[in-house]
Design a protein around this ligand. Structure first.
Ligand SMILES: [Zn+2]
Length: 299
């Protein structure tokens, strides 16, 4: 969804990355088992006393790794001075985002502080994970590794083997504390964060190719009026966008208005096809996006 305001765009991209992108990395950790003693935590919210959030943390008795997951479509360029992530879309549109290198460095520092309060001193590594394996990226700052999800196990295994710094019971206690510190991350709807812009949100279904809100519903799919791209599921992104923008519950009527479809039956089927929580029946039926991912710990 295009916004005129750059801040909104950044916030929006950040919120959007909160679901979807991280799952790729979750799957890698679900499938891959390392030989050492370790734990993986997703969506950690900690306070050191500065509150911070870690997308994925892998911790062992010898070291910790902070992973920052990025899920931004388009061609990316990581700039150094000033540190910034520049994104170019297929249509040539360029926008800037916070540097993931700065984000990951900040998180490493804050985690170090958090551990020090518990008298724990561990080496902390940081890495940026790009959710899309097809992503094209140009790195002008290589101080932090950028990895695709499949490369993460090799990255972990190639780290220097160092002696265990934490006793078994200290490590277990730390893992329990990390688990207790975890809170569900439910992003505030963008219309609450930026109420003055709420009326400017544009409805419509974005073209996965040219990003314009010019997708038109046909019998079984969507077709872009600008570039001709056909998509079966372009509405899914639009529906997820609606929840990011407005939050709360969505009715069939609101969905119709947002997607630009007149038929309640078609919208009923599209909504039914998504993994949404359904409340009520018939005319009172509402849909809620499952935002806070449930906690998962891999051992
Ligand atoms: Zn298009």
């Amino acid at each position: 969804m295009p916004f005129e305001d750059v801040h909104i765009q950044q916030k929006y991209a950040a919120v959007k990355a909160g679901f979807g992108g991280e799952q790729q990395l979750d799957y890698v950790f679900e499938r891959y088992k390392f030989p050492m003693n370790y734990r993986v935590f997703h969506d950690l919210s900690l306070t050191s006393p500065t509150p911070f959030q870690i997308d994925t943390l892998l911790i062992t008795p010898s070291y910790a790794i902070v992973f920052e997951v990025k899920n931004i479509a388009g061609e990316l360029k990581v700039l150094v001075n000033p540190p910034q992530l520049q994104r170019t879309l297929g249509n040539g549109e360029v926008s800037g985002f916070k540097s993931p290198i700065i984000q990951v460095r900040n998180n490493c520092q804050l985690l170090k502080d958090w551990l020090r309060e518990k008298n724990i001193d561990l080496p902390i590594y940081g890495a940026v994970v790009l959710a899309y394996s097809k992503q094209r990226i140009e790195l002008l700052d290589t101080s932090i590794p950028f990895l695709f999800p499949e490369a993460v196990p090799l990255y972990v295994r190639n780290l220097p083997v160092t002696p265990e710094l934490l006793e078994e019971n200290v490590f277990e206690k730390l893992a329990t504390e990390l688990l207790a510190s975890h809170q569900e991350f439910i992003p505030r709807p963008i219309c609450e964060m930026f109420p003055y812009l709420a009326n400017d949100f544009r409805s419509g279904v974005a073209c996965p190719s040219c990003q314009k809100l010019t997708m038109e519903r046909r019998l079984r799919n969507w077709r872009c009026l600008s570039c001709g791209k056909i998509s079966e599921d372009a509405h899914k992104q639009a529906i997820r966008d609606w929840f990011l923008l407005y939050g709360g519950k969505m009715t069939n009527r609101e969905c119709r208005k947002f997607l630009g479809i007149t038929s309640p039956d078609i919208v009923y089927r599209l909504l039914k096809d998504m993994d949404l929580e359904v409340e009520g029946a018939k005319r009172n039926r509402t849909y809620v996006m499952k935002m806070g991912k449930s906690f998962r710990e891999n051992k």
